[in-house]
Ligand binder design. Structure first.
Ligand code: IPD
Ligand code: CA
Ligand code: CA
Length: 260
């Protein structure tokens, strides 16, 4: 079965992360930004994903964070992968990073897998079939934000979004029990899916950050949209808001200014 084979591929990539010699990581900066990093392990995991996933589905397009050219996913089958979501964490040995693989058909998410090798947690979902962590069904929280945790991403590669990110974070902080910042959007979204926190937002994510985990949230009964409530777009960067069933979806929308 395709899902089982993909889980095996992703688990093996998780082992590559655990066994990496980070002293030989060859860390480089990307796009001229000192906080946007890539290591030889990001490239090696992506190369392994490309080879093994395309062996399973040779007809598929392949979109990976570290590819130079991103193929269109609008037609046919496609893999959208982030080899290491949480590269800064990986470089710092913070032990909070994940391998993320989504499969789409004609632009629709069919399958999502996010593996956190540090906790040996394998999250996955297939469209219409529910969401799971290590084989057990997961469900989002039904708690209101007042009894919940807010997770956020600081959109740290986009300086123009920092003020607005922290303004919204302050609003969430005032409404929730507390805030958390993991450094991996894929893990944050799976944390919402597993009902361990109630709200996650980040003002700009790339498709490979959310393609797998947003399906997992939806299949766990949660809502995942842009901040204005409109649908996410897998072909371009966009803001992401994920919530459990107890959180008012309009809460941040009311606070939002010009963000779509
Ligand atoms: C990043 C992580 C981080 C989020 C950034 C992402 P990367 O991915 O998901 O949590 O705040 O927006 O770009 O660069 O480590 O793959
Ligand atoms: Ca990422
Ligand atoms: Ca990455």
């Amino acid at each position: 079965m395709l899902l089982e084979s993909i889980l095996e591929v992703v688990r093996a990539c998780g082992q590559m992360i655990l066994q990496a010699d980070r002293t030989q990581a060859g860390t480089e900066i990307k796009d001229g930004q000192t906080n946007n990093l890539v290591t030889k392990y990001d490239r090696a995991v992506q190369a392994a994903l490309r080879e093994k996933l395309l062996a399973l589905a040779p007809q598929a397009h392949f979109v990976g964070e570290e590819e130079d050219v991103h193929e269109s996913i609008a037609r046919g089958d496609a893999f959208i992968v982030d080899p290491i979501d949480g590269t800064a964490n990986f470089v710092k040995d913070y032990k909070c990073s994940a391998v993320s693989v989504a499969m789409t058909r004609d632009g629709v998410q069919e399958l999502g897998v996010v593996y956190n090798p540090y906790l040996d947690e394998m999250f996955y979902a297939q469209r219409g079939k529910g969401a799971f962590c290590n084989g057990k069904p997961i469900r989002v929280s039904d708690k209101p934000l007042e009894q919940g945790l807010t997770l956020f991403g600081s959109a740290s590669y986009y300086s123009e979004l920092v003020d607005e990110s922290f303004r919204l974070l302050r609003l969430c902080f005032d409404r929730s029990m507390d805030i958390r910042r993991s450094g991996s959007a894929a893990i944050d979204l799976c944390t919402i899916a597993a009902g361990r926190a109630e709200l996650f937002f980040e003002l700009r994510l790339q498709p490979w950050d959310f393609a797998a985990a947003s399906l997992i949230v939806r299949e766990a009964g949660g809502s995942v949209t842009r901040l204005d409530g409109s649908a996410l777009d897998l072909s371009q960067p966009c803001p992401v808001l994920a919530i459990g069933t107890g959180v008012d979806p309009a809460f941040l929308r009311r606070a939002e200014t010009s963000l779509a």
